[in-house]
Design a protein around this ligand. Structure first.
Ligand SMILES: [Zn+2]
Length: 232
């Protein structure tokens, strides 16, 4: 058997291994497991965000309390209004002050309402997240076990093929196999292809004159574009 034939045989077994790997990667078991894992990671980040938001809301409560104390202090100016109101100038001054104080209280009330609504939203968001996280945490070990079980069965198939590959590799020159493995790790596949006329069957690049001569003499050449091994 020529090196090309041996390598083709090796490549055929290798293509079965790739199919097994792809089957595992595209399986529902893996998708569900990865999805659950990613959800739980994101939920933990979300929880940190909610905590930061709660601290911000807490600071807002303190700020509005201070503002309320400030306005209540100003209100004390009106305690002796009846004594002061005898002077008409003072009366109009206090009327204006009272008006401005009323506006300040209204603004405070609006801010307070906004804050309450924000707190309600946060509490709701937190409760929803908590509910979903608890459900996801309960489901996670089941998905993890299902994926492991599937992976183990696929592993058995993969190991059988790997054994074949090891056997087939014995007949192939070391440097050829090394080059093959290097391309395989770059996710080029198939690696060894039969020429279609004077053109690479995978990417359509034409051969140079020198390459044509080499291919005609039975040598394996390399496509200058996709770097696959080509033979006549
Ligand atoms: Zn090519």
């Amino acid at each position: 058997m020529s090196q090309v034939e041996k390598l083709l045989k090796y490549q055929e077994a290798d293509s079965r291994l790739i199919k097994v790997e792809q089957k595992l990667n595209s399986s529902d078991e893996r998708k569900k497991y990865i999805q659950a894992r990613s959800y739980l990671t994101k939920a933990s980040e979300k929880l940190d965000q909610i905590e930061a938001k709660a601290q911000e809301l807490r600071a807002n409560i303190d700020r509005l309390n201070a503002r309320y104390a400030e306005l209540a202090e100003t209100l004390k100016d009106f305690d002796h209004l009846d004594e002061l109101a005898e002077e008409s100038n003072a009366l109009s001054f206090y009327k204006r002050s009272a008006q401005s104080l009323l506006e300040d209280f209204k603004a405070l009330k609006n801010e307070l309402n906004n804050l309450i609504s924000n707190i309600k939203d946060q509490v709701e968001e937190y409760q929803n997240l908590k509910k979903n996280v608890i459900a996801a945490q309960k489901e996670y070990p089941k998905l993890q076990a299902a994926f492991k079980k599937y992976k183990d069965t696929v592993q058995v198939e993969a190991e059988a093929i790997a054994k074949d590959l090891k056997e087939l590799a014995k007949d192939i020159d070391d440097d050829v196999l090394k080059k093959y493995q290097a391309k395989r790790s770059e996710r080029v596949f198939p690696i060894l292809c039969q020429l279609k006329g004077d053109v690479c069957p995978m990417c359509g690049t034409s051969l140079s004159i020198a390459e044509k001569e080499n291919a005609a003499s039975g040598k394996v050449i390399e496509c200058e574009n996709c770097h696959r091994f080509l033979y006549r």
